[in-house]
Design a protein around this ligand. Structure first.
Ligand SMILES: *Cc1c(COP(=O)(O)O)cnc(C)c1O
Length: 402
């Protein structure tokens, strides 16, 4: 089908939640290269929002999924599942957590983490401890509880009254955090690098303060690693950069390499709060999605992808910093590993993103001033050079036409 036909169907039948989408429809991908309906090719530095960690058509992923589809895709959590058990082991043994639960999305993983935190205090006979502190400009998902957790007016406004007991504080403001803690605080839930709001890292001092407060007051520390986890920042989990030990972490995006899967992991003493029947899922942890997760984990941990992502990420940031020296329109470059934000002085992010797409490079745009760059972890240094060159050319051309 041609793009116009697809657009017409979408306009007529799909709920208008995405508004005017970017006028492109991809039909296939290989590595980091995508082809659209009109035959144009793009190098993808967005990866379906930090999801396609192995790029497209990764031979090992393709073979594993073909094999799994032919064998069995769904059973039920009434029964045991080999892939689920093996992926559980892989994730637990490579983290500071002891037990896992598989869901299907990031929001669902966070929802489960919130339920677990509340159940933990119910078990401790402290049912009034049900407040959860989250950050302004955070993003935790689109379900009613995770919208309430998300500290952004635009997501909350249409859904008042919100689920109660979420308290939002300014990121990187230690004093505000200390003031927000009450005897009813159950958990502090944060992204270590806020993705959706423009790749904003928390400072070490702030994270240390969170960890100290949690330790002192018996508050649970929940790290939303839906975007930062699974090698995105150059370590398996972003919490490793900060030297902290969260009580719960949540995962999704990159874990399935493009197949929907979510998960939350917890320390034994916390996980023990869930008894049979307290939580559940039909699709979560099915043989297909956990097989995809196993392939991603094997690539990361056994075939050098984690080190590769760390190396290319470091190179990438250095190249962007150099570009920023030559182009003063770039105010700053931030992020870690292959989760990078380019912040402009002026509100030009959208135009720059569109111009880059014209040159065959896909990036994310956040608000008016930030490019969000989250390529597949298999991206090569030569691909990075290509993007830097294209970005440099776009900024040059803007100067000339100004
Ligand atoms: C994307 C994201 C979510 C929501 O994930 P879905 O799979 O869209 O439900 C939650 N938290 C963070 C940090 C995210 O980046």
């Amino acid at each position: 089908m041609h793009l116009e036909e697809i657009q017409k169907l979408d306009e007529k039948y799909y709920m208008n939640t995405f508004g005017q989408r970017t006028p492109v429809c991809f039909t296939k991908g290989e590595g980091i290269v995508l082809t659209d309906t009109e035959g144009k090719i793009y190098r993808d530095f967005f990866a379906g929002i930090a999801v396609n960690s192995l790029g497209y058509g990764h031979p090992k992923m393709v073979r594993a999924l073909q094999d799994q589809v032919a064998k069995i895709t769904h059973v039920s959590n009434v029964y045991y599942s080999e892939n689920q058990a093996c992926l559980a082991q892989k994730l637990v043994e490579n983290s500071c957590l002891d037990r896992i639960f598989f869901a299907n999305t990031g929001a669902e993983a966070n929802e489960g983490a919130i339920k677990l935190a509340r159940k933990y205090f119910v078990e401790k006979d402290q049912p009034d401890r049900h407040e959860i502190i989250t950050l302004k400009n955070s993003f935790h998902g689109r379900t009613l509880a995770t919208v309430a957790a998300t500290g952004q007016e635009k997501y909350q406004k249409p859904y008042r009254p919100l689920l109660e007991k979420f308290v939002h504080v300014e990121a990187n403001d230690c004093k505000a955090l200390r003031q927000a803690v009450t005897p009813n605080t159950a958990a502090i839930m944060v992204e270590l690098i806020q993705g959706e709001s423009g790749v904003l890292p928390l400072t070490q001092e702030y994270v240390d303060t969170i960890a100290e407060l949690c330790q002192k007051e018996g508050i649970l520390l929940i790290i939303d690693e839906v975007q930062t986890g699974i090698g995105r920042t150059g370590k398996l989990f972003a919490y490793e950069w900060y030297g902290i030990q969260p009580d719960i972490i949540t995962l999704a995006k990159g874990l399935g390499g493009g197949i929907p899967i979510g998960a939350f992991l917890a320390k034994e003493k916390v996980a023990a709060a869930f008894h049979p029947g307290d939580h559940g899922t039909t699709f979560g942890g099915n043989p297909l999605s956990t097989r995809a997760g196993l392939v991603v984990m094997e690539e990361l941990l056994e075939n050098g992808l984690l080190q590769h992502a760390a190396n290319v990420g470091e190179y990438f940031q250095k190249q962007l910093m150099e570009l920023a020296e030559r182009h003063t329109e770039i105010e700053t470059v931030r992020g870690k590993g292959l989760m990078l934000g380019v912040v402009f002085q002026d509100e030009i992010a959208k135009d720059v993103g569109t111009a880059l797409r014209g040159k065959g490079y896909l990036v994310g745009v956040v608000g008016t001033r930030v490019l969000r760059i989250v390529p597949p972890l298999v991206v090569m240094k030569t691909d990075v050079d290509g993007l830097i060159e294209a970005l440099s050319a776009v900024l040059e051309e803007r100067k000339q036409t100004a």
